[in-house]
Design a protein around this ligand. Sequence first.
Ligand code: ADP
Ligand code: MG
Length: 480
Amino acid sequence: MVDCLGSRFAVDNQRLHEVLDKARDFALATGISMKSLQGEKGSVLAECAPFTLFPSVVPRTCFQQAVDCMQDFNRLIHKVAHDHNFLEKSLKNVLQVDDFTQGLWKIYTHVKEEGYTQPLSLGLFRNDFMLDVKDPDHVQPKQVEFNTIASSFAGLTTSTVLLHRFVLDMMGKQYDTEEVPDNDPALGLARGMVKAWELYGRKQAVLLFIVSEAERNIFDQRALEFKAYSLNHGVRVLRRTYLDIYNNASLTDDKRLMVDGDEVAVVYLRTGYEPDAFPTHKEWDARLKMERSLAIKCPSIQYQLAGTKKIQQELTLPGAVEQFITDPAAVKRIRATFVKLHSLDLGPDGDKGVEIGKTDPDMYVLKPQREGGGNNLYGKDISKFLEAHQKSEERNAYILMERIFPKSQKNYLLKPGIPFVLSDVISELGIYGVYIGSATEERMNTQCGHMLRTKVLGTDEGGICAGFAGLDTPFLVSTD
Ligand code: ADP
Ligand code: MG
């Protein structure tokens, strides 16, 4: 097995910087970029998104295992989202203490009681894994989390494979395309959007992207828009904030969502997974307005709730997956990716979780019901938190997750603020999928590509936007 590519290319400094210069320009030229915050008002400046210089080695069997369970997971999460009793039972203790989840739940209850106007939901999902090497003879992809809202980087990562093939070519490395597989998740996700738009059934209706005011990752979002347009020239995308929707959108009598005179077929949320997106009641009102409408939502409120960390923990309990998935082979594929997750709810079960976390904090990650990176606690901070909240309901908002330990390898990470040196790095593999369905019917269920991101060993968190990791490409190898 190739141990890693980074340390194999013994090159002098001058040659390395030549490759680096070209790689950086290749990245900018092909859109592996983010909007710069430096730009004057009215101008658009781009800078490279963080990336690794070389692809990172991933065992082919692990890669395939992660790919092979994607459609199972799409279906599982869709079914969970449509099971009111499961959602309520799983989230009830969180709801006692977590304002943000409460805000989502209120919207969910409102539309449920009113009656869903639109039976279909659109899921553009990303299932994240790390390859656990606790048992070195049995390296396995273990699930970090399942993203149901604003699954990002499908756009930029579509060009990353081209960048890394170019770098391998420059280094004179022979490879075949199966080792660095084709990858176009943006196209796959765009197919989902266009399919949802077609199912809505009005040619003049638009796709509505809900974005934040100062969005750095705009080119990633635009890639989806441009792919959707390439699939069907009738598709038009509007970009609006929650505040725009509060001020300028309305519902017709038959609950069609109208924005500045245009009817909306599909609402695609790229923000709204964190409390900061809802500074006032206006943003919440806007979310409710969209949720009540006939537009197909990505994600619908029930998809967002099904993507919480608490649901992830509850799904590991005996019989939980089996309640939704009857095919034993699919259950096995899903369960094989689970690590141990523990409830911390005030009460006897949660007490066990607290004890486990206090005894061995370095083997766990403590997670609140938040998305977007930078929210988890590790090591000593876990002990401190559990000591401080031993007798408090605050615990209910958190879950304890077994820590995954991936194997490190050598690579260069190009990222502002860190030195450009050969470093020990670890990676996280994301698999993209699309699901469209109602409570009773499946209309689309696909696996459509992957994303590898890599961070320097010793960094706990892993997001790219959050500033921890860089885009990478898997170089698939056989392990025997
Ligand atoms: P978020 O919703 O904020 O992205 P995640 O669950 O993905 O939350 O955690 C953020 C990051 O923390 C991950 O990208 C990963 O790098 C790291 N992480 C999360 N869970 C684990 C785990 N069980 N073991 C090791 N690292 C983890
Ligand atoms: Mg994550």
